[in-house]
Design a protein. Structure first.
Length: 65
């Protein structure tokens, strides 16, 4: 009888551990997605700033006419 109880408890423990790992994996995926979106936004801002700098230089040197 004790063997069945131990097996049941082991199964419960394994199930809980799997659920915790799934939750952590989901959180990790969400964090990675957020970091990727943040990096993409930063890249777009840098690109826009560089484009503005190019136009500024062209304006000041008369190349934009």
């Amino acid at each position: 009888m004790a063997d069945n109880k131990q097996a049941f408890q082991a199964g419960q423990t394994a199930g809980k551990a799997e659920e915790k790992s799934n939750v952590l994996l989901d959180k990790t995926k969400d964090a990675a997605a957020a970091a990727g979106a943040s990096a993409q936004t930063a890249g777009q801002k840098i690109t826009e700033a560089a484009g503005g700098a190019v136009n500024f230089v062209k304006d000041k040197t008369g190349m934009n006419k």
